[in-house]
Each structure stands twice: as structure tokens, then as C-alpha cells.
Design a protein. Structure first.
Length: 346
């Protein structure tokens, strides 16, 4: 939110209830924020607060400070979108101010803004059919994408991120314990999207479910693994794919690995150099892709087919593949150590 837009929400503690009502009417956000001259957020005033004040006998000339909620719910600037949504859901509220350590007002989250974005025509396919055997015993009773991180299933976090970037037509491929996922998400309406399910009669790998789509998408399709805890700009990824005109785009992220030994360089059986425990850098597959319809047609029907095989075929045919770099948080929750890291336990 811009500074000017934020100012349209602000009032002072001594302003009248009538002034607060006008501010709420003018900003169309159903809230006014009470700040002092130092920019500190003192309280929050809603229509309900004003109505209760009037019913208690206050006049419209009474100070807004008499009805404001001083014990308001707020977050810091570091709090991510999913955490804010969790907080709104838990508290049953539609707006959460953003303040710094000194309680100075920095911004505000609105529920409507978090769950609504400019709609995109693109669909998404989330691969959620794997057994997750490396996460036993947790996944003996629960599909891996339904494992919780910060109180929310991984799969729900992905769905909310997609909706937040305007992607509301979502397919989820299922195989292992499908009814657990169906019961939780239903048709997706409660999350602001439409969810269709694709049943894999047998595990088809990371790419095989593409052949089971009910129809080829008219627009580039987002495809992702269902066990990823990440913050990624799906809109930016789709825009990148469109700008570069490739049939497929793969998201990658940097990965560094320290070799725990001294590395020796030699030539003609003579030492030419030593490097003690060097760190090597690589780009790794982030498990998120964008595919055009013509590329999806290359996937064999009803067969085990890893996504890497699709990209290897594209390269063998000299087709250009885009590479989209992500540098934000990303964890592939495939083993217990990754799950502990995603939960902040290690």
C-alpha cells in the first residue's frame, strides 16, 4: 500500500466519531487507523466500534479514542502472506496492520487483497499423488502434501499462493490416500478457487499426470510438485514465460555445497594447485514449471514419466527452454530433516 493510500485510513485520537465515520466511508475499507504525531498506531476503529459507542450513549462529536480498539492485532513487516492469512482465519478478522518494533504504522493487510488478485487465464497442476515413504511414519497415515508446516498443510499453502497470484483454476493429481485431500479441499470454493482432481490409477511420476488432464489448456500451464514449501512469484514466472516465448520454462534456485576435503589440481602427474574445502555453486531444479499445450502433447498417455524426461526431449529436439531464477525461501519436504527445517525445528 502506498503512503498516500495509508494516509487515507488515518485519523487522530481526538477526532470525532463523525469524522471517523466519514473517513471509513471515504476509504471504502471499513476501518480507520488511529495514529499520533509520531506515526505510532494507537488503535483501530471500525463501523462496529462506532455503532456500539452510539448505542452506549456517545454523541457523534465524541472523540474516536473513546471507541477505538487499543488491543488490536498486528504483524511485523517480516510476516509472510500465509502467516497473515492464518492469523485472520484464527481471529476472524479482515484487516491486520503492519507495525515496527516501536508500533509505528508501516502498512496494513486486507483479507480481500490477500485472497484476490488480478485474475489470470492460466491453470495450475499440483502433483500430489506420491506416497512420501521417506517421511514414514508420518506419511503412513497422511499424504505427504497434507503434512503441516506452521499449522497449515503444505498443499494448502501452495493453493493459497496460486490464488494470491490470480491463478484460480487448479488441478490436483491424486493417488495415495486421495480422499484425505478431497475431503479437506472439496471443490476449492472456500479458498477462492476451483479445484478438479485427476486420479492416477498407478503412480505416473512427476510428469505422467499431464496426460490425464481433461483437455489441453488454452494458456500456459503451471506445474509443480505438491511437497514444496516456498515463496515464489507465480505471476512473475508466468510473465517471464510469456516474454521469452519458450514452449517450456523451468524454475531454478542456487544451491551451494562444501566439499569437506582439500581439492587437488594436477597436470602430467605434477601438482598445480590446492584448494582447502572449496564451496561449489549449482542451479537446481525447483520443481516448478510452465508448459505450453504443444509441449504437454509430448507426454505419453498413462505411463510412468518423470518431468526431467520431458525437458531432456525438448533439449534433444533443440527446443528453447526458459530458466526462471528464484532466490526466495524454498524447501523440498522429502525427508525428515527438510521437514524439521521447514518447521523451524533445526
Amino acid at each position: 500500500m502506498t503512503t498516500s493510500a495509508l494516509r487515507e485510513l488515518e485519523i487522530r485520537e481526538q477526532d470525532s466519531l463523525l469524522a471517523a465515520m466519514r473517513r471509513i466511508t471515504d476509504n471504502s475499507r471499513e476501518v480507520a487507523l488511529v495514529v499520533n504525531d509520531a506515526g505510532e498506531l494507537l488503535g483501530v476503529v471500525t463501523d462496529g466500534d462506532i455503532r456500539r459507542g452510539l448505542l452506549d450513549g456517545l454523541g457523534t462529536d465524541a472523540a474516536a479514542g473513546k471507541v477505538m480498539t487499543r488491543d488490536y492485532t498486528s504483524v511485523g513487516p517480516e510476516t509472510d502472506r500465509a502467516a497473515v492469512l492464518d492469523l485472520m482465519k484464527a481471529r476472524g478478522i479482515r484487516h491486520v496492520p503492519v507495525v515496527d518494533a516501536a508500533r509505528r504504522l508501516l502498512g496494513i493487510h486486507f483479507l480481500d487483497d490477500l485472497i484476490a488478485s488480478a485474475p489470470r487465464p492460466n491453470s495450475a497442476l499440483i502433483m500430489a499423488g506420491g506416497r512420501g515413504t521417506r517421511l514414514h511414519p508420518i506419511t503412513q497415515a497422511l499424504p505427504k502434501p497434507m503434512v503441516t508446516v506452521a499449522g497449515r498443510p503444505i498443499l494448502e499453502r501452495l493453493v493459497l499462493q496460486l490464488v494470491g497470484h490470480g491463478v484460480t483454476d487448479i488441478f490436483i493429481s491424486l493417488h495415495y490416500m486421495p480422499e484425505t485431500i478431497r475431503r479437506y479441499f472439496g471443490d476449492g470454493r472456500q479458498l477462492g478457487c476451483r479445484i478438479e482432481y485427476i486420479m492416477e490409477p498407478e503412480p505416473l511420476g512427476t510428469g505422467g499426470a499431464l496426460s490425464l488432464l481433461p483437455q489441453r489448456p488454452a494458456h500456459p500451464l503451471l506445474v509443480m510438485n505438491g511437497d514444496l514449501v516456498m515463496q515464489i512469484d507465480f505471476g512473475g514466472l508466468l510473465d517471464f514465460h510469456r516474454r521469452h516465448g519458450c514452449g517450456a520454462t523451468i524454475a531454478v534456485r542456487p544451491f551451494e555445497m562444501e566439499i569437506p576435503f582439500g581439492v587437488v589440481r594436477s597436470e602430467n602427474e605434477r601438482l598445480t594447485g590446492l584448494q582447502e574445502k572449496p564451496t561449489t555453486f549449482h542451479l537446481i531444479n525447483a520443481g516448478v514449471y510452465v508448459l505450453d499445450s504443444k509441449v504437454i502433447e509430448l507426454v505419453p498417455s498413462g505411463q510412468m514419466f518423470p518431468m526431467t524426461a520431458l525437458f531432456e526431449r525438448l533439449l534433444s529436439e533443440k527446443q528453447e527452454v526458459g530458466v526462471f531464477h528464484i532466490n526466495s525461501d524454498w524447501i523440498d519436504v522429502g525427508r525428515h530433516e527438510e521437514l524439521r527445517r521447514a518447521r523451524g525445528e533445526s
